[in-house]
Design a binder for this molecule. Sequence first.
Ligand SMILES: [Fe+2]
Ligand SMILES: [Fe+2]
Length: 367
Amino acid sequence: MISTTTVQARSQASRHAVKLARTAALPVVPSQYALGLRLGSCCCGASQASRASSPTPSSSAASSRHFSTTRAAQLRDFFPAKDTPHILKTKAAWPHHGYTMEEMTSVVPAHRSPRNFSDWAAWKIVRFARFWMDKATGMDREQQVDKKNPTTAVEAQQPLTEAQWLIRFVFLESIAGVPGMVGGMLRHLNSLRRMKRDQGWIETLLEESYNERMHLLTFMKMCEPGRFMKLMIIGAQGVFFNSLFLAYLVSPRVVHRFVGYLEEEAVHTYTRAIHEINEGHLPKWSDPEFRIPDIAVDYWNMPEGQRTMKDLILYIRADEAGHRGVNHTLGNLNQKEDPNPFVSTFKDREAPKPSLKPAGYERSEVI
Ligand SMILES: [Fe+2]
Ligand SMILES: [Fe+2]
């Protein structure tokens, strides 16, 4: 039974989150700074040129920002590359393979129907997490999509604000980087312990967690969470890492299914954000002056003329669609014996493309 204190603490946390989201959306700075830098408090990827020519924001403006703990004047270089006497640049460990525009626009939100009890349980845990995520983002009833099709419907009576989206992105990505590392780590240890080949799973899982971290770092260049958000992220990581660690030891197949459902939610989130940009509901991100962070341009090799916030979200959504297809497929395979089809060379065809297979491949199709 849940104690009164727990209920009070939860509702207080929820109220605080709503307050944060609303505060973040308020224009707390003079209009010349409203674009990008703070979006209220939270979006600093915009127009560095206009920022460079602008005077330093007043301290009163900075002090009224609740979501971020970073003073407005410091936000643009939240985690700059360390300047050393000898090192020019540190390259990404896993360079991104890139996408064509057609590949990115073909991604659709989708849901794989649970086929047994463990699928159903994995899906329900994800739905429960999404419920709390919606609360933490301060989502009003009018901002919810159709409850009967929560993973595919993108229309809502009222759009989210840029600040609400960023809170959602940061929280989602800070969680999404955990499972690949847990799975990769445990399979690595298993391979060492049993002195057996892993057949290509470890690299894909570690690369997935690296890719998710790049998503997080990209959004962190646009906003720095305040203390409350950081506390929530630390708590969530502590619970999530340890639960996944134990769950992966017991049933890696169910964990891959769970991650497949989590990625369905990620594809849905980014599809809805793209839809709201297309509908003109997120004007700060549609502004031609808005500049996405250099870290993103470098990582995805984004071509000139294709570097808007919508382009960035298209890239990220394509990554999530890849994770969705990979994890649903891995959840269909024999965890001990089967090779990873996504890094294998086939006798009679091209390697499978996970981003275009929302429910994943059946074992008979790829092994
Ligand atoms: Fe992600
Ligand atoms: Fe993902």
